[in-house]
Design a protein around this ligand. Structure first.
Ligand SMILES: NC(=O)c1ccc[n+]([C@@H]2O[C@H](COP(=O)([O-])OP(=O)(O)OC[C@H]3O[C@@H](n4cnc5c(N)ncnc54)[C@H](O)[C@@H]3O)[C@@H](O)[C@H]2O)c1
Length: 313
C-alpha cells in the first residue's frame, strides 16, 4: 500500500504505532486519531510528518473531521482487554461499539472504500477445539469479547449494506516493540520487564499451558495485506499458527541469565484457557497473510527494546 490517504484510529497505541511507522515508510499520508487513553504520545514522536488529532472515537464530529478525504481506515482504537472491560464495562461498550459505529458512519459518508478493523481471539471465549478455526463456537466470556464481536458484526454488516469492504483481523497474543508492561499487560512484557529488573517470574499452574504468540510486525503485515486485498470482506484469525508452553517461553526469555532469575509457581488463574493455537489458513488464502517472525528472534528484539526503554526512563 503506497501513496494513500489513511486514517489510523488508536495510532498511538502498541500495534497502531508500529502500523503508522510502516505506512509512513511506504509514502502514505497518515492521520492518527487517538485520545491517549492507553497509547503514548511518545510512540508518535519519531514521525514529524504525521497528522495527529487528539480526540475520542466516541465524539461523532471529531471522527467526521478526521475522516475527511481518507481512502483507507485502520480502526484500532479500543478499550483493550478482558480485565479493563470487567473493571469498566460501560466505557468498554461506549468505545468499542458506539465508537466503531461513529467510524463506520463517517467512513460511509466520506465514501471510504476499505476498513480494516482490529478484532480479537477474545471473541471465542472458552476454547473447545484446537487449532481454532474461524467457525469455532463464539461464546465470549468477558464484556471485551462481546464488544469486539459486536464491532466485527457492525463492520461486516456495513460491508453488506454499503459500497465498502471490511476486513476484521482476530489477533491472538500479539507482542513486540512499544508494548508496555502495566496492570493490563500481557505475559511477554510482564516477564521481560521483571527479568530486566531482576524480579522473580510467576508462572500460574504447571506452565504446560500453551499460547500462540504473533509478532507485531506480522500483525502490521496482516493489516496492509487486508487493505490491499481487493473485493475481500470477512473476519480472519491472525496468529503465528504455532504454540509454545509458558515453560518454554520462560526459557527463551531468560536464556542469557537463567541462573539469576527466580521462577515461582502460583495456582492456576480462573478464566485462563489451557491451550491456544490458531488455524491461519483462511487468512493465508483470502489476504495472502504469512507470518515471518519466529518467536525466538522476536523475543530477542523485544528484550533489546525493553532494555532501552528502562534505560531511558
Ligand atoms: N495487543 C494484543 O495482543 C491484542 C489482541 C487482540 C486484539 N487487539 C486489538 O488491537 C487493537 C490495538 O490494541 P493495542 O494492543 O495496540 O492496545 P493499545 O491500548 O496500545 O492501543 C489502543 C489505542 O486506542 C486508543 N484509544 C482508546 N480509547 C480511545 C478512544 N475512545 N478514542 C480514541 N482513541 C482511543 C488508546 O489511547 C491507544 O492508543 C485494539 O482494537 C485491540 O482490541 C490487541
Amino acid at each position: 500500500m503506497k501513496n494513500k490517504k489513511v486514517l489510523v484510529t488508536g495510532g498511538a497505541g502498541f500495534i497502531g504505532s508500529n502500523l503508522v511507522r510502516y505506512l509512513l515508510e511506504e509514502g502514505n499520508s497518515v492521520t492518527v486519531l487517538d485520545n491517549f487513553m492507553s497509547g503514548y504520545r511518545s510512540n508518535l514522536n519519531p514521525f514529524p510528518a504525521l497528522r495527529i488529532i487528539e480526540g475520542d472515537v466516541r465524539d461523532k464530529a471529531t471522527v467526521e473531521n478526521a475522516m475527511k478525504e481518507v481512502e483507507v481506515v485502520f480502526h484500532l482504537a479500543a478499550s483493550v482487554g478482558n480485565k479493563r472491560s470487567i473493571d469498566h464495562p460501560i466505557t468498554d461498550a461506549e468505545i468499542n461499539v458506539l465508537g466503531t459505529l461513529n467510524v463506520l458512519e463517517a467512513a460511509r459518508k466520506e465514501g471510504v472504500h476499505k476498513i480494516v478493523a482490529s478484532s480479537s481471539a477474545g471473541i471465542f471465549g472458552e476454547l473447545k477445539t484446537i487449532p481454532i478455526k474461524e467457525d469455532h463456537p463464539i461464546e465470549p466470556d468477558s464484556p471485551y469479547g462481546c464488544t469486539k464481536l459486536c464491532e466485527e458484526k457492525l463492520c461486516l454488516s456495513y460491508a453488506k449494506l454499503y459500497d465498502l469492504e471490511a476486513v476484521c483481523l482476530r489477533y491472538f497474543n500479539v507482542y513486540g516493540p512499544n508494548q508496555r508492561f502495566d496492570a493490563y499487560g500481557n505475559v511477554i512484557p510482564i516477564f521481560v520487564f521483571k527479568m530486566l529488573r531482576n524480579e522473580s517470574l510467576m508462572i500460574y499452574g504447571d506452565g504446560e499451558q500453551t499460547r500462540d504468540f504473533v509478532n507485531v510486525s506480522d500483525v502490521v503485515q496482516a493489516n496492509i495485506k487486508a487493505a490491499d486485498s481487493i473485493g475481500v470482506s470477512g473476519a480472519f484469525n491472525i496468529a503465528s499458527g504455532k504454540r509454545v508452553t509458558i515453560n518454554i517461553l520462560v526459557e527463551m526469555i531468560t536464556k542469557e541469565n537463567r541462573n539469576l532469575i527466580k521462577i515461582e509457581h502460583g495456582p492456576e488463574r480462573p478464566g485462563d484457557v489451557r491451550h491456544s493455537l490458531a488455524d491461519i489458513m483462511l487468512a493465508q488464502q483470502r489476504i495472502n497473510y504469512t507470518p515471518e517472525i519466529d518467536l525466538e528472534s522476536g523475543i530477542e528484539e523485544y528484550v533489546k527494546w525493553a532494555r532501552k526503554t528502562l534505560v531511558e526512563k
